[in-house]
Write a protein of this length. Structure first.
Ligand SMILES: [Zn+2]
Length: 224
C-alpha cells in the first residue's frame, strides 16, 4: 500500500514536471515578402514594415528571453513565401499560437485608421475537422486576441501615438485560418493610407513601441 501511494505521487509529480517543461510555442508570420509587396503607399511597402516590426520583436525576445517560450518566424528576410508554405510551416510546428503581422490599407479613402485584431472564427469554410474542435480553437484565439486588446490601451501606441483600436473581430475566408488547425491571430498594425497612421509608421520609435507591445502581449500569453 505504501509503495502504491509513493508510485501515485511520483506519477502526479512527473505529470506536473512534464507540463512545466513543455514550452509555449509561438509562430510569428511577417506578412507578404519577395514579389508579394502587400499594401503600398508611395515608397512605403507593407512587406518591409511587417518584417521590420517582426525583427524588432525578435531583438526584444533575444534581449529579454521569456521563460518557457519558443518563438519561430516564418520568414526573417525579404523572400517569396506563398500562403500554402506558411500553412505547412504552421502545421508542422503545431504552435500554441501563430500571429500574422500586417499593415492595412483602404481603397480610395484615407479615413480608416488604427490597430486591428482578427481572430479565427468558429465557423470555417474548410471542414477538415469537427465543429467542437473549431469552436475550441476560436475560443482560444479570442482569449489571446483579448490579451492584445486589453494591453493595447496600456501601451505607448495608445497613450503617446494616439493610435485607436479600430477593430477586434473574427476573420472569415482567410486561407491561413481556414487551412490551419491551431489558434491564430492576424494583426493589422496601422493603415498605410491614413495620414495620421503614416506619421506613426514612418517613425522608428513608433515601430519600436509597436514591437514592445507585441513582446509584452506574448509574454502575458505565454504566462497564462
Ligand atoms: Zn497584408
Amino acid at each position: 500500500m505504501k509503495f502504491k501511494g509513493f508510485f501515485f505521487f511520483l506519477v502526479i509529480f512527473l505529470c506536473f514536471q512534464l507540463r512545466a517543461d513543455k514550452p509555449f510555442v509561438i509562430v510569428i508570420d511577417p506578412g507578404h515578402g519577395g514579389s508579394n509587396l502587400g499594401a503600398t503607399y508611395g515608397n512605403i511597402v507593407e512587406k518591409h514594415l511587417a518584417l521590420d516590426l517582426s525583427m524588432r520583436l525578435r531583438t526584444f525576445l533575444n534581449r529579454h528571453p521569456i521563460k518557457n517560450l519558443t518563438v519561430h518566424f516564418t520568414r526573417t528576410a525579404d523572400i517569396d513565401l506563398p500562403v500554402k508554405r506558411r500553412i505547412e510551416m504552421i502545421e508542422n510546428l503545431k504552435p500554441d499560437l501563430f500571429i500574422s503581422i500586417h499593415f492595412n490599407s483602404q481603397k480610395l479613402l484615407s479615413t480608416s485608421r488604427g490597430f486591428e485584431i482578427y481572430y479565427i472564427p468558429d465557423a470555417l469554410s474548410g471542414n477538415s475537422y469537427s465543429t467542437a474542435q473549431s469552436y475550441h480553437r476560436a475560443n482560444i484565439s479570442f482569449k489571446y486576441g483579448k490579451v492584445f486588446r486589453d494591453l493595447f490601451f496600456q501601451t505607448n501606441l495608445y497613450s503617446v501615438w494616439k493610435l485607436p483600436l479600430n477593430m477586434f473581430t473574427q476573420k472569415y475566408g482567410l486561407l491561413l485560418f481556414d487551412e490551419t488547425t491551431v489558434p491564430g491571430l492576424l494583426l493589422e498594425m496601422a493603415y498605410l493610407t491614413s495620414p495620421q497612421d503614416r506619421a506613426c509608421i514612418e517613425n522608428p520609435q513608433f515601430m519600436n513601441d509597436a514591437a514592445w507591445f507585441l513582446y509584452e502581449a506574448i509574454k502575458k500569453i505565454a504566462a497564462q
